[in-house]
Design a protein around this ligand. Structure first.
Ligand code: IMP
Length: 533
């Protein structure tokens, strides 16, 4: 069936009804079939040749639209972007993810100036030179040091006169400077830090290679970089030099800076976008729970009128072909899919809108392909929210998604901006929805313009199990994605789509899919097993 825009959509039925004493009229459209989510599908393996090994698989994927036969202006080296959320996408995570080949969209629920500052922080980041997130003042107590260490997971803490990460360096504290079980926890940092005159530091002009040599020659774990007046600039850690060398997928711009995106809304774009563009944002994304709206079209139009095609901007979220076509025609560079599937999301409960994430992806992917056939323009689509197991990513790709946006997944890592807390003996990270009372990102949910509409929450505040460094987590997840692609005989995402055989599974088969009818020996194994990645 063709919709109002001439796009092939899933067949819809209409239901007739009566108004008292009036002609019959059409009441509502019903999508045929149920709407499904990723857990209800599996991939059926295809033939895999000797070539099909994970090392041969490429996950490169387009980020923005391009014409048939041309290359996209921006691509991702891995099909993952981090959610436009306070608990997820700050500068540290943006850098860590770009090092792995993905991209973060810095959250827009803050002032435009603060958001632009975060963009600048990513763009000015020199690989291996870290801006400290655990800086002390000399009069802080050992108790406060321990609390900060618990929160950030970092034990090397520079001490500056004013406690900022760019303040005058007065000392450094590492876990070798105190004994938590024996020392008086009220003693001051000044009493146990290594003072600045005993610290080996290096000037701003130091290259990463030189910094690494100083670290090795002096058996240091961290080297503070200071300016000519003794103010702290950054730290180089022993391990970062190695990790920089082992980041072959890094997502860099032409000037070898990390690529970074920024979230925008449909209200203050005329002031926010110029600041973000000037700060160096590589791509923007209109962040809204519901994207099929006049407000999104207006925002896209303003960006096109002001910047032509030089500013790339994605839009969403939509869950059907009609919504995709609307945003495609309005000029979106990519389209984001998903309403109500996010882990912290209660939109479906609150408003009764949404659609199963897998069905939405399949429907929108068909519309994207039809649009490509018709216009010769390929608009990448992004499945946003609801990725629980790693294999959900493979399914999303096989169903036609070009890349995925993840919130819960990234919130668990060291680099996310949220606090790490100890809950009943287990480390957790805090994770809260943009529509929760904590984030108060109301412009994401009301309908745009200047009027505030929302007066109820659409998200929750929660904990997710802490999962260590992003690099290890992403590498582990993508190894699984690549292995499954090999089982399907695919060496890249296009080939996966061509070759994937996807089957719906019954509720009983889903139970069969996990360990069953056995007692797991190790309680922890059970927890991690049940808790997904
Ligand atoms: P997750 O990866 O399942 O945690 O889902 C993350 C996605 O949920 C985000 O990218 C948003 O699209 C969506 N989201 C973020 N905050 C909220 C909220 O408060 N309510 C509903 N959806 C949200």
């Amino acid at each position: 069936m063709l919709d109002a825009y001439g796009v092939k959509v899933s067949r819809q039925k209409t239901l007739g009804g009566y108004k008292a004493g009036k002609e019959p009229y059409v009441m509502a459209k019903f999508f045929e079939g149920e709407s499904h989510t990723f857990s209800e599908y599996l991939l059926v393996p295809g033939y895999s040749s000797a070539e099909n090994i994970p090392a041969n698989v490429s996950l490169k994927t387009p980020l923005v639209k391009f014409k048939k036969g041309e290359e996209p202006a921006l691509s991702l080296n891995i099909p993952m972007v981090s959610a436009v959320m306070q608990a997820v996408s700050g500068p540290r995570l943006a850098i860590a993810l770009a090092q792995q080949g993905g991209l973060s969209f810095i959250y827009g629920s803050q002032s435009a100036e603060d958001e632009a500052q975060m963009i600048r922080e990513v763009k000015s980041y020199k690989a291996g030179f870290v801006v400290s997130d655990s800086t002390l003042t000399p009069d802080m107590t050992l108790a406060e040091v321990l609390e900060l260490k618990e929160k950030t997971g970092h034990s090397t803490m520079p001490v500056t006169a004013d406690g900022t990460s760019y303040g005058k360096l007065v000392g450094i504290v590492t876990s070798r400077d105190y004994r938590p079980s024996r020392d008086d926890i009220t003693k001051k940092v000044a009493e146990f830090m290594t003072p600045v005159d005993e610290i080996i530091s290096a000037p701003e002009t130091t290259t990463l290679k030189e910094a690494n040599d100083i670290i090795w020659n002096n058996k240091l774990n961290a080297l503070p970089i200071v300016d000519t007046s003794g103010y702290l600039v950054s730290l180089v850690f022993r391990k970062d030099y190695d990790s920089h060398k082992s980041a072959p997928n890094e997502l860099l711009d032409a000037s070898k800076r990390y690529l970074v995106g920024a979230g925008i809304n449909t209200r203050d774009y005329e002031t926010r976008v110029p600041l973000l563009v000037e700060a160096g944002a590589d791509v923007l994304c209109i962040d809204s729970s519901e994207g099929y709206s006049e407000w999104q079209a207006r925002t896209l139009k303003w960006i096109r009128q002001t910047y032509g095609d030089s500013v790339k901007v994605g839009a969403g979220n939509v869950v059907d072909a009609e919504g995709f076509r609307f945003l495609a025609d309005a000029g979106a560079d990519f389209v984001k899919i998903g309403i109500g599937g996010g882990s912290i999301c209660i939109t479906r409960e609150q408003k009764g809108i949404g659609r199963g994430q897998a069905t939405s992806v399949i429907d929108v992917a068909r519309a994207r392909d039809a649009y490509f056939e018709e216009t010769g323009i390929y608009i990448p689509i992004c499945s946003d929210g609801g990725i629980v197991y790693d294999y959900h990513m493979t399914l999303a790709l096989a169903m036609g998604s070009d890349f995925m946006m993840l919130g819960r997944y990234f919130a668990r890592f060291d680099e996310s901006p949220s606090n790490r807390v100890n809950v009943n003996g287990s480390y957790m990270k805090e994770y809260w929805g943009e529509g929760s009372a904590r984030a108060r990102n109301w412009q994401r949910y009301d309908l745009g313009g200047n009027k505030r509409g929302l007066s109820f929450v659409e998200g929750v505040d929660s904990y997710v199990p802490y999962a260590g460094p992003l690099k290890e987590g992403v590498e582990g997840s993508l190894l699984k994605v690549k292995s499954t692609m090999c089982n399907c005989g695919a060496l890249d995402i296009n080939e996966l789509r061509e070759k994937a055989k996807i089957t719906l599974v019954s509720a009983t088969s889903i139970v069969e899919g996990g360990a069953h009818d056995v007692l797991l020996k190790d309680q922890h194994q059970q927890v991690s097993y049940n808790f997904r990645s």
